[in-house]
Design a protein around this ligand. Sequence first.
Ligand code: GH3
Ligand code: MG
Ligand code: MG
Ligand code: MG
Length: 324
Amino acid sequence: QRALASRAYGIGDPLATAAAESGLDANILIVEDRPGAAERMATALLQHHRITVETNPIAAMQLAAETEFDLALISLDLDGHDGLRLCSQLRSLDRTRGMPLIMIAEAHDRARITRGLDFGVHDYLMRPLDRNELLARTRTQVRRKRYSDVLRGAMQASLQMAVTDGLTGLHNRRYLDSHLGALFAEEGVRGRALATLILDIDRFKSINDTFGHEAGDEVLRAFADRVRQHTRPIDIVARYGGEEIVVILPDTGLTEARAIAERIRERIEATPFPVLRQTRALTVTVSIGVAVRGAHDGSPGDMLRRADEGLYEAKATGRNRVVA
Ligand code: GH3
Ligand code: MG
Ligand code: MG
Ligand code: MG
């Protein structure tokens, strides 16, 4: 589905295909308390869809919040309850907002139908129900739902792509820039420490020059994986430049940050990196600059700059070391 979603973005065809195939097997909720009507609808729709019938709007609300339905058909007159209120609640809840709704109404319901359409109910059916009309309107809404699911998936995929580095799967610099400011402010307000590591592979250019750019890419990917393995889920790990990775460590002071950096440095050096078409794995080393947020730092840029100075010093004093 993800592949379909990313291909579909900006291209018409896969969307059309998804829509054409969507007529069958939707998950449909019918909220109706007249047994005859509920049964007739269920019988007509069961040929193509999975059907759940519920008579009570409160139970229906709960069910809709728990299960993903592709469509709900809702009677406006449920014994003692206003079906329109159920529609309105379903439209306002995050979890159910994307579910299409069809009202089942009587001729005297004109005013309520209009109100429903006004707040986003998609369609309605008049009693006495016509079987073919029921099938047609249902099909239309199910297709619309499938189409918008595909679009939403494509949108999420492209948003994800915009903040992800394609080679390593790490966050990219754009992600770092847009999240670091808020994190910096938040940790400051809470009076917590914040640390930064900047890691740069030593003599990476010679890996490219000796073994080729593809081997370089392979090392870079494995390097990124190892760094990620040695950090926590709450840390931000981002590819900052060519072969530089920045790690932001929330709630972490200098001593701990230096220890984490030293551990990563050791792990990189200790285990050589296998490379395609090379019988011997390559020993790779990394230099790391460490900085913590200072009392007078106005922005995360100040902290990053000090980490970068640490990195520069690590390079100047022999590489394969951590400088805080
Ligand atoms: P130093 O120890 O001083 O860091 O030496 P270095 O060779 O690692 O440093 P430099 O910054 O001069 O070179 C980095 C190299 O990284 C240059 C560039 O060709 C290479 N590089 C940048 N991005 C990529 C990439 O995505 N893939 C590959 N294979 N190489 C890359
Ligand atoms: Mg460099
Ligand atoms: Mg380098
Ligand atoms: Mg570099």
